[in-house]
Design a binder for this molecule. Structure first.
Ligand code: NAP
Length: 275
């Protein structure tokens, strides 16, 4: 991980002053903040009048540096690859957070190699799980001691593929099912923390470009039709729609939602929609 700053603002006591001057400000980690849904989540948090503080991850250093430059007091970026668990374990280390984190948004994700089980290399399967699941466990382990004092929130960006099987999406879908299970386990193990897993819908991001342009031939014919024409059919969601719901859940998800896997437009989440 490239050396980055270890505190918000210009001095170590900035965070306590900022919090007392902005009582509704929350301190939130967003992973996969450099594009798509994660960038929409980040923009929502940074544009709020509550003056939230954010810790951002991703591999695109230029995007992270730009977000930090535009919001010098309120952004700390920690660039790195989620497949490197030694990096992930250090994401929060050495940061001056005054003992408190309010939200952890685990949004990063890879689609993996998109191959049928008979064709996939076990190493590819394992790599998808390392990025989509094990890195989440590593970050949660680091964040729990900071989330407990604030009765904070963990929000996962999951997928409909967690509960619907598509040919060639096995590693991806199983990894998303695993994070839904993580949310259920955290509900019982960490009752002070509210954990929610969100299905964002079919969203107009680089992941859908990959499905259309790189992986379409691996899908069954009916799925090729659906995903191949989704953009032209105008059915892709702008990332801001699910992004805003995920951001608002990280700020104020109610306890009753803990452990649940919900679609971004589920009626139970109506209070978190700002569109
Ligand atoms: N788009 C959809 O239709 C859809 C549907 C269901 C679920 N999702 C989920 O939504 C989440 C966000 O995806 P998106 O659609 O917004 O796609 P995206 O635009 O490709 O964004 C993916 C984000 O994850 C980060 N990321 C990916 N691999 C990483 C790695 N190895 N290390 C560190 N960061 C990594 C990327 O950052 P860097 O490139 O900077 O590393 C990027 O910020 C994912 O969890 C995805 O599974 C998307």
């Amino acid at each position: 991980m490239a050396p980055t700053k270890t505190h918000f603002g210009s001095s170590l006591d900035y965070i306590s002053k900022h919090r007392s001057q902005n009582p509704s400000s929350r301190t939130i980690v967003v992973t996969g903040a450099t594009a798509g849904i994660g960038l929409a989540i980040t923009n929502h948090l940074l544009s709020s009048s509550s003056q939230h503080l954010v810790i951002l991850t991703g591999r695109k250093i230029d995007v992270l540096e730009d977000l930090e430059a535009k919001n010098p007091d309120r952004v700390i970026s920690r660039a790195g690859d989620m497949s490197d668990l030694d990096y992930v374990k250090l994401v929060l280390q050495g940061l001056h957070l005054d003992g408190r984190l309010d939200g952890l948004i685990l949004n990063h994700g890879t689609f993996g190699s998109c191959l049928r089980i008979k064709d996939i290399e076990v190493e590819d399967w394992e790599s998808t799980f390392r990025i989509n699941v094990s890195s989440c466990v590593a970050l949660i382990k680091a964040a729990v001691p900071l989330l407990r004092p604030s009765k904070g929130r963990i929000v996962f960006t999951s997928s409909g593929a967690a509960s619907n099987a598509y040919s060639s999406w096995g590693a991806y879908g199983a990894s998303k099912a695993a994070i839904n299970h993580l949310a259920m386990t955290l509900k019982s193990e960490e009752p002070e923390i509210t954990t929610v897993s969100v299905r964002p819908g079919v969203v107009d991001t680089a992941m859908q470009v990959d499905i259309r342009e790189k992986f379409l031939q691996n899908l069954d014919e009916k799925d090729q039709k659906k995903f191949g024409s989704a953009k032209d059919d105008g059915i892709l969601l702008p990332p801001e729609k699910p992004g805003r719901v995920i951001a608002e859940l990280a700020i104020r998800a109610e306890k009753a939602l803990s452990g649940q896997f919900l679609s971004w437009d589920d009626p139970k989440l109506a209070a978190y929609r700002t569109d």
